[in-house]
Design a protein around this ligand. Structure first.
Ligand SMILES: [Fe+2]
Length: 358
């Protein structure tokens, strides 16, 4: 069984920000997980709400823990705390998901917004009447696991981890079947945006330099902005020069076409999105968010972080502020790593060095 990426796969990860591992998961485990999920889904096919308990079921987390992907990451990335949870992501068939993909980098607040925007500061994207948007204070946990700030001092407004692993439980080989999709190769640009924010000494993440937290769409509706302005502009340029097709009207996005049992390993900084599932079958993917072990962090491995699902592991999964010793600053470490994402990939160092020096 594979336990490392070969050279070509490392090049793909480096250049594209992701690599696909074909036949990564045992077919029996895929079939068992698929039927387990199907048996627990509500019978009304319009609402495929996945029961929360599935996220920590060993038959689901085992798709990662008992597979070659875990060993590949241990080699190419390094050690990491146990993966105890995951995201079970089912998109119903014939589902438009709003019709438009919401491309983003993981780690931001994505809570409910009012239907019509009012009083948004254009530079920071922060509402003048913040309570109307965020609740009675900024620390209220948002929906979709997002939090507004990672630290009490409010210098970091984004969570970070190392890699997103996606496992397909059904075939998604033809575009238009709810594929995971990415802004291929833009991970380095995202890193550069974080660097620029850090170097200006202001907030890193939304509300920081050129990253409004809330933006207004063409119809005047507010939306959570999961992309720095520069990345959104690059995506728009790609969209303008690419070729749209009937089944894939988003030329800026690369569909990740997977067969059941295939896995994708993507950098945290690679912008991504779900897409509408116009096909006849539920799109079933399992996502694992894995962060390389941080030596010196006493909270590594605590269940409160929910490693494997959380996109904000410097805080508890439900927003608790964790205790850290005086000599360890988790938020500084996260900012350093967002600004130098390859530092968390032990097995990529030779390739990174050769590309940086050439
Ligand atoms: Fe995401």
């Amino acid at each position: 069984m594979q336990n490392d990426l070969n050279e070509n796969e490392k090049i793909r990860l480096y250049e594209d920000g992701y690599v696909i591992i074909k036949n990564a998961i045992d077919p029996h485990a895929i079939a068992a997980a698929k039927s387990l999920i199907a048996s627990l889904l509500p019978k009304d096919e319009r609402q495929l709400l996945v029961p929360g308990k599935l996220a920590t079921d060993a038959r689901i987390t085992g798709l990662f823990n008992d597979s070659c992907v875990k060993r590949i990451l241990q080699t190419v990335m390094g050690p990491f705390p146990p993966v105890i949870s995951c995201q079970v992501a089912v998109t119903p068939p014939f589902n438009q998901l709003g019709g438009t993909p919401g491309t983003h980098v993981d780690g931001g607040w994505s809570g409910e917004l009012p239907e019509h925007a009012a009083g948004i500061d254009a530079a920071t994207g922060r509402p003048f009447d913040a309570e109307r948007y965020f609740g009675n204070n900024d620390e209220r946990r948002g929906t979709n696991d997002g939090l507004l700030w990672m630290d009490p001092e409010r210098t970091l407004s984004y969570g970070g981890y190392t890699t997103l692993v996606g496992v397909a439980l059904n075939d998604q080989l033809e575009p238009g079947n709810g594929q995971f999709a990415v802004l291929k190769g833009l991970h380095e640009e995202v890193e550069a945006c974080f660097q620029e924010q850090r170097d200006r000494g202001n907030i890193v993440g939304p509300e920081g330099y050129q990253w409004p937290r809330i933006k207004i769409d063409k119809k005047g509706r507010p939306y959570n902005n999961g992309l720095p302005d520069r990345i959104r502009k690059l995506a728009e340029e790609r969209a303008a020069t690419g070729t749209a097709t009937k089944s894939w009207p988003w030329p800026e996005l690369t569909p990740i076409n997977l067969r059941a049992g295939d896995a994708i390993i993507a950098l945290h900084s690679l912008p991504h999105t779900a897409t509408p599932n116009l096909g006849p079958n539920p799109r079933m993917n399992i996502y694992f968010r894995v962060r390389r072990l941080r030596e010196g962090n006493p909270n590594e491995g605590t269940r409160r972080v929910a490693h494997g699902v959380s996109d904000h592991p410097d805080r508890g999964y439900f927003g608790q502020f964790l205790e850290y010793p005086e000599d360890y600053n988790p938020w500084r470490t996260t900012i350093d790593n967002l600004c130098n994402h390859w530092c968390e990939w032990d097995g990529m160092q030779d390739l990174v060095a050769s590309r940086t020096n050439s």
